[in-house]
Design a protein around this ligand. Structure first.
Ligand code: MG
Length: 170
């Protein structure tokens, strides 16, 4: 059994993961419009992964016999108009996710909910990888500037991403 406050925090995270999926779906659509199908695929995989994260939080709440509240999922604001801007927006978002996961871990410690802390462990370590994966793509996109051949090469690399969680794409 977990406290009402902790259950509420995990529930909010579940909804936030769904928002993340929604944001990445929008970023994927933006990449499709830029005629970058490989990058769009990478971002769509990212969206799918966020749904699996939401499922993880849902399952944990059910296992703890906690209340599930399906809150409103915010509409993402997408203004990125270059591939670099898209991945920069993704990194900014992942950093926000990391902060939220850390806050939950902090609350688990405060409440001595070690089961929750162990459950969150995967998410804490995965955030390091999530941020790193996006940063590597940003570094490459920054380096090529506006070289179209190099952009097509990166797009082909990003097309190789598979759904297994934590798989580095490039
Ligand atoms: Mg996530």
């Amino acid at each position: 059994m977990i406290s009402h406050e902790l259950a509420k925090g995990i529930n909010q995270q579940m909804v936030f993961e769904l928002y993340s999926a929604y944001l990445y779906l929008g970023l994927s659509a933006a990449l499709e419009k830029m005629n970058l199908p490989g990058a769009a695929h990478w971002m769509k995989m990212q969206a799918d992964e966020e749904i699996s994260h939401a499922n993880g939080f849902y399952t944990y709440l059910v296992g703890q016999d906690a209340e599930i509240e399906l809150e409103t999922i915010q509409k993402p604001e997408i203004s990125a108009d270059t591939p670099l801007a898209v991945f920069t927006a993704a990194l900014k978002h992942e950093k926000l996710v990391s902060k939220k996961i850390d806050k939950l871990a902090e609350l688990s410690v405060k409440e001595h909910s070690f089961a929750t802390l162990v459950f969150l462990n995967t998410f804490v370590t995965e955030q390091v990888e999530e941020e790193r994966n996006v940063q590597v793509i940003i570094d490459k996109l920054s380096r090529i500037r506006d070289n179209p051949s190099a952009l097509l090469f990166i797009d082909a690399e990003l097309a190789k991403r598979t759904l297994s969680p934590g798989t580095a794409a490039v």
